[in-house]
Design a protein around this ligand. Structure first.
Ligand code: B12
Ligand code: SF4
Ligand code: SF4
Length: 373
């Protein structure tokens, strides 16, 4: 038993992390990343290509790195994620990149104190660093990689955010959930279950553990800044920001309990917004409602784009006047999706004036897809 390692674990848990485990910083074997990039499955996330080598070798991120500290933050909550629109559960909290940061800073200080090292001896990241967080978390035994590609914890199910500290300190590594000799570690505790693959509304899981970001609703509604491909819009259903479909169906969630949530600030009221409210958002109201949430990164145009798709899928013709108004919005990005939504609700005839006035090629293409005027 490594007394300093256990002291570190205890003090990091006291900072609010729900799981704290260690891994040796030996380079990863590849973990499907080169093939994923070569196949173009990362869509336009080009920064993933630029940082691929670093993601597999922590020594390229922090010279002399010997260990990784993997930190999990449970975000399960019983609060509904669906009202008129469905939100990714993590988005019903203030942006975790911001709310975890003070605890990561404090974690670094704890490491300095216990091991007598300096700030140059470690780096911390959550999400945005060049670290393959799920693979490292699997190596450290935080959980296993499911067929939905998620790092699934036996205690917290799919509802665990990850963070990592790379350090020059040598820590005794924790064991993975179970060792598999040879082959891929994907689906280690899945058995014959394929619920997540079957539940994906846009067939974005072509193989177990592999997400095709181009088809993934999470990518399309959060990362894509442009037009969402027409053939994916119906599958988006009521999902306005992100997607939890392959997480929600996983039987491992039955072990998830409401976490301590010490590093999260709930914003569950977002799920109560009606589609009429969303379609009528002004820049000032957007800034006020989505302040400090991950949705603010989407900007108003992205939210209106997504709201148009959800409205088009809602079957609610009472939303037609709001959508017809958005078909004359100043931004072509919003007009494209408003035209689609009006057409889907059977209101194409109400667009004659806007159609005649339209000059943007992308919006004109959308009108052409509606059929003759
Ligand atoms: C890019 C990215 C995305 C992209 C691409 C998703 C993807 N699967 O790669 C998009 C925008 C689609 C996305 C969506 C989501 N994301 Co995301 N995303 C990332 C990010 C920044 C990088 C992921 C990455 O490197 N992908 C490349 C692929 C190759 O790696 P991977 O899936 O991470 O790793 C898998 C493979 O290596 C595979 N594997 C291992 N060994 C082998 C061997 C072989 C032979 C093969 C084939 C595969 C294989 O298993 C690994 C684990 O799944 C990470 C943060 C980070 N820095 O790691 C967050 C992260 C993965 N995302 C996260 C979350 C929460 C989500 C969403 C749930 C958000 C939402 N509700 O909308 C969805 C879930 C979609 C899904 N089913 O994966 C969490 C996941 C937490 C967890 N418990 O797993 C992370 C870790 C962020 C965080 N810090 O918490 N995401
Ligand atoms: S997040 Fe949604 S769209 Fe993406 S793979 Fe999972 S179920 Fe499919
Ligand atoms: S839904 Fe089934 S197949 Fe998918 S990750 Fe969970 S246990 Fe594995």
């Amino acid at each position: 038993m490594d007394a300093r390692g256990e002291e570190l674990r205890g003090r990091l848990a006291a900072l609010g992390f729900d799981d704290v485990r260690f891994a040796a910083a030996e380079p990863l074997a590849g973990e499907g990343l080169p093939g994923w990039l070569a196949g173009g499955l990362h869509a336009d996330l080009h920064w993933m290509e630029r940082t691929a080598a670093k993601r597999l070798d922590p020594g390229l991120v922090l010279e002399g790195a010997r260990s990784l500290i993997l930190l999990g933050v449970s975000y399960w909550s019983d609060a509904p994620a669906t009202g008129a629109a469905t939100w990714a559960r993590y988005a019903l909290n203030e942006d975790y990149h911001d709310t975890l940061k003070p605890a990561l800073v404090a974690a670094g200080r704890v490491l300095e104190e216990i091991y007598g090292v300096g700030a140059e001896d470690y780096r911390y990241y959550t999400d945005t660093g060049p670290v393959l967080e799920r693979s490292w978390a699997a190596r450290a035994g935080v959980g296993f990689v499911g067929k939905n590609a998620m790092l699934i914890s036996r205690r917290h199910g799919n509802w665990l955010l990850l963070a990592a500290l790379l350090t020059r300190v040598e820590l005794a590594p924790d064991a993975p959930v179970r060792r598999r000799i040879g082959g891929s570690p994907v689906g280690l505790l899945c058995g014959k279950c394929t619920r997540c693959i079957d539940a994906c509304p846009t067939a974005a899981l072509p193989r177990p553990g592999v997400v095709d970001a181009r088809r993934c609703i999470s990518y399309q509604t959060i990362e894509n800044k442009g037009v969402i491909p027409r053939e994916l819009r119906a599958g988006i259903g009521s999902r306005i920001f992100g997607c939890d479909a392959c997480l929600e169906v996983c039987p491992w969630n039955r072990f998830a309990r409401e976490g301590r949530r010490l590093l999260l600030v709930a914003r569950s009221e977002l799920a109560e917004l009606t589609l009429s409210e969303l379609l009528a958002m002004t820049p000032a109201r957007f800034a006020e409602v989505f302040r400090r949430t991950p949705v603010k990164r989407l900007k108003l145009a992205g939210l209106l784009r997504n709201a148009c798709i959800v409205a088009g899928n809602s079957g609610d013709r009472a939303l037609l006047p709001a959508l017809v108004r958005l078909a004359a919005h100043e931004l072509p990005l919003v007009r494209v999706h408003a035209v689609w939504a009006v057409g889907r609700l059977g209101g194409g005839g109400q667009l004659a004036a806007a159609r005649a006035a339209e000059s943007d090629p992308a919006v004109r293409e959308e009108y052409a897809a509606l059929g003759p005027a």
